[in-house]
Ligand binder design. Sequence first.
Ligand SMILES: *Cc1c(COP(=O)(O)O)cnc(C)c1O
Length: 330
Amino acid sequence: MLFSKIPRIRLLDKETPLTLTKNLGDYLGGQELYFKRDDVMELGMGGNKLRCLEFWLGEAVSQKASTVIVAGLPVSNQCRLTAAACAKLGIKCVIIHNGEKTEVEANRVGNPLLNHILSVETIYCGNVDEYERARFAKDYADNLTKQGEIPYIIGDPVIGALGYVAAALELVSQAERENIDLYDIVISASGGPTSVGLLYGLALFGKSFRVHLISAEYKRDIFDNIMTNIYEGLCKTLDLTPPANPKDISVFYDNYLGEGYAKPTKEAIQASALLAQKEGFFAEVTYNAKALDGMFDLIKSGNICKKRGACFYLTGGTPALFAQGKYFNA
Ligand SMILES: *Cc1c(COP(=O)(O)O)cnc(C)c1O
């Protein structure tokens, strides 16, 4: 089948819930609204990166990697979930953070707390940008290679996107089984593996769905490039071009981004609070709150089909919320 030639290690042992959010839907004028709950997974407190890690770690194991390296900010969900998955699989993991050790250790909350409990080896490369951090990780890996080890660096966007191609298939079969008439699907868009993987997977069904990608990081021109690269990479890796053109079934928005990545807007904070107050579950601020704000606006302005089911794809990241208290001052 689709993934039969691609190394994969199962980290989710069941589907994540597809939850009807009736209170919120009613509040938004009677929209039939569902949430795909990728915040609900058994391992490591869950989140989108676990689906990507099924393929990243699949590749690592197929290469007989002796050390898995993951680089990110101290608040990174990707670092936490890589460390948790490696713990479960018994693989050595090294985290590379940009930032200062003393600062992070002094405020051990959210993802840094979980990494600490996981007792994963962590290296700090100081206050550098993501490109310098990536170079540091590459040098670290090259050094391990010289010592006869086999390092694997987490993060290839096309390999990671395979997790969300699989997620699209899961979502569609779940909706079919539960007799849900799904049409508009909304998801946060950042580095790309998650949103573009999902878009590719949904495009396999022709023009059955409309996908709304709400930026949490990049403006349109940069994201266009990201999307093209990952999409073409998926067509090649899976040796399959979906019948629908991705541009025909998706809309990209960078107007809910505010001042940029991880800089919350007032509307996003309100959207996160509204979800909790209507439904009793949570959306962190960096990714999901902005996408929620976008979806609420699109429903209000009539840009989500009123007559059919809509789905917000919640990508998790809930532990990050514990370090975001300062934003909830309203
Ligand atoms: C990393 C992350 C995203 C963005 O995923 P990309 O694949 O980089 O677009 C969204 N939500 C959460 C919770 C994340 O941790």
